[in-house]
Design a protein around this ligand. Structure first.
Ligand code: LIP
Length: 274
């Protein structure tokens, strides 16, 4: 369901937004404090290049503890396995460190991403990039902000001068397919950026630092908060088939660019790579 159709009370949305932001800021301070202890031999998950660190796990434990201290009846879905069944109808979707590879290499493009879903609709979210103290937040039908200032995506309406962010999966066959898509796309746009954090890519669309972002193969925790932030900044956020974004595919851009980029990516079979 797109984050635009829930009839949720504005005060609840604001409460969830404030809580997500506060905890994401505090978790960001935690992972920064742990950053210098990280070694490159972090544990791996889906492949030898899909790393997870002690900081990922410590951040998720911290976030879950602080959410449940305030809202003990809520559910939680966490990237590192911190799943909690709730009874309130609110489910928190947590990426304790999005951009873990950047975190391990100390490249300043990693984030804490926390979203609140109510009855299946994302209604509040926060993404914090701790290195630069950048705090993005949004509430359903309540706008998106960066460090308290309102956000708007770009009005870009042509491909030739569009700056496009994207990302790549962790397996060789998917990366080969994604490289083939890039070969089609790159000659037709201004340039490509690969920052390494989907949450920050979506925030970059929201604040106009890129004109669009697409990726195949995200998890819901990579996507949830950034989706709302970009949508509340005026972007269209969807898959290539007229549906909501999902692990299958996400494309986010201003409304006037979306159809052009969707057709180009559809022609390149971007959502059909392995
Ligand atoms: C990352 C995403 C990024 C994608 C990476 C990875 P992680 O999430 O934010 O957009 O390209 O492959 O999935 O694994 O750092 O939480």
């Amino acid at each position: 369901m797109t984050p635009s159709s829930a009839g949720t009370s504005p005060s609840l949305i604001n409460d969830l937004r404030v809580l997500a932001t506060r905890i994401a800021v505090d978790a960001g301070e935690l992972i920064e404090a742990m950053r210098d202890e990280v070694d490159l031999s972090g544990m791996t998950k889906s492949s030898s290049v899909d790393v997870v660190t002690a900081a990922d796990k410590a951040s998720e434990v911290f976030i879950i503890e602080h959410i449940l201290a305030e809202r003990p009846d809520d559910g939680i879905l966490g990237e590192e396995g911190g799943d909690v069944i709730g009874t309130s109808g609110v489910r928190w979707i947590v990426d304790p460190i999005d951009g873990t590879t950047n975190y391990v290499y100390d490249i300043p493009a990693y984030s804490v991403s926390i979203a609140a879903e109510l009855d299946g609709v994302i209604v509040a979210g926060a993404v914090v990039e701790p290195k630069s103290n950048s705090v993005y937040d949004a509430g359903l039908n309540a706008g998106a902000r960066k460090n308290g200032e309102p956000l708007s995506c770009t009005p870009k309406a042509e491909l030739e001068t569009a700056l496009i962010a994207t990302g790549f999966g962790y397996t060789a066959d998917r990366r080969a397919g994604q490289a083939a898509v890039l070969t089609t796309l790159l000659p037709q746009v201004r340039d490509i950026r690969r920052f390494g954090s989907a949450a920050l890519d979506l925030c970059a669309v929201a604040d106009g630092r890129v004109d669009a972002y697409y990726e195949k193969g995200l998890n819901l925790w990579d996507l949830a908060a950034g989706w709302l932030i970009a949508a509340e900044a005026g972007a269209t956020v969807a898959d290539l088939r007229g549906g909501d974004p999902s692990p299958e595919f996400v494309l986010a851009s201003g409304p006037d660019l979306f159809g052009l980029l969707r057709d180009l990516l559809d022609g390149a079979k971007a959502d059909q790579v392995p």
